[in-house]
Write a protein that binds this ligand. Sequence first.
Ligand SMILES: Cc1cc2nc3c(=O)[nH]c(=O)nc-3n(C[C@H](O)[C@H](O)[C@H](O)COP(=O)(O)OP(=O)(O)OC[C@H]3O[C@@H](n4cnc5c(N)ncnc54)[C@H](O)[C@@H]3O)c2cc1C
Length: 409
Amino acid sequence: MALNEQSSIVVVGGSLGGLRCVEALRRLGHTGSLTLVGAEEHLPYDRPPLSKEVLTGERALGEIALTDSEKLTELDVDVRLGQAATALDLAESVVEIGSEKLSYGAIVIATGSHARRLPGTENISGIHVIRTNDDVEALTKELVANASVVVIGGGFIGAEAAASARSLGCSVTVIEAASAPMSRGLGDEMGTVCGMLHTDNGTALRVGVGVEKVIAEDGRVSAVLLEDGSSLDADVVIVGIGSVPTTEWLTNSGLIIDDGVVCDETLAALGGGGHVFAVGDVCRWSNPWNGETMRVEHWTNAVEQSFTVAKNLLASAGEAVTHSSVPFVWSDQYGHRIQIAGRPGPGDRPYVVAGSVDDRSFVAAYRRGESLTGVMAIDMIKPFVTGRRLLMQHATWSDTLAAYAPAPE
Ligand SMILES: Cc1cc2nc3c(=O)[nH]c(=O)nc-3n(C[C@H](O)[C@H](O)[C@H](O)COP(=O)(O)OP(=O)(O)OC[C@H]3O[C@@H](n4cnc5c(N)ncnc54)[C@H](O)[C@@H]3O)c2cc1C
């Protein structure tokens, strides 16, 4: 966007995407002022361990920092922690933090997403979400051996929380309204396989039934009533029903907001006049990899997009690069590593191309016509990497089968 190298850049969102962006800007030679505005009081920290090693007690909250004050001082970044941007005025090129106005030459929106909560449960204790350091600090105190834990939602966060609670000796039930956990991204067949990881490990799984309401006694959760009339005793409830992009502060900005900040192929926000970019969970962009407009709530996406945005902020006019990327996520559950790449659609069929489901160690490739649309693996790291590479290369289905064919004797 041909910024003057002295231009000031304000990055809003002090977590993975925002931090990686300021680091990349300095590495690429930006010498102008850099400000990182973060609503949380903490220095940027890593979220994936929150539902895994931090919840199980294997790592302390203090061990997941992504940087420290010395490094940020070396980068000459003005870090504003505990300060939430409240509005963006595009005409005046200012970010508002309450009554303070910060001028910018360019702005990066990295405000991520926040956990969706169960309506009507705000004043009931014992009900938790897992999104922040503070969320996990509160939850770990309650996950004691033999506690009855009900996890609402069988997606990544719910599944990881269930696995962690189980490893702490809790009695755990996962409730999933769809016919299988993780079926939204993986379809029923592979979702059912993910469900087996729960039942293999003594976690009860209730699928195809929603939650009617949470019952509380003296202000604390005591049970969860399901839509089929049954009820489950609960000392603790963990709500993992997805997250919502954090865009409320942009409501009257003039940017196009539609389940995220809508961006073009270079990650420039539509309506931002070329001075506004978005990265990470909050960014919905047109992905040249498959032509779809998508929002990807995965760690690698936030990191990769930050590099592209830093490059494009410093690019000469007309030199911005497009951001083409194969979505990728990993998840650790019950000692297994699940990896998923690509974007399988609801009608795409998975075929096991390596290993076996019975061994809980396999790769499944998703087919749409003659194309490969996704790859999912459990505990098969190298063969998964092959699948990810095939997706990047837009491999045909026959290329895929050939890549996984056993070598001739
Ligand atoms: C528990 C958990 C486990 C995960 N595990 C995995 C995993 O195993 N694999 C994987 O690929 N991905 C995982 N993810 C997803 C991954 O962590 C996210 O995709 C990544 O954190 C996105 O980074 P981000 O910077 O875009 O947003 P976020 O990490 O959400 O950070 C946004 C930051 O912006 C701040 N903010 C919001 N509004 C404002 C405002 N108005 N002003 C200033 N600051 C603001 C927020 O407080 C927050 O600190 C996990 C996520 C969670 C929550």
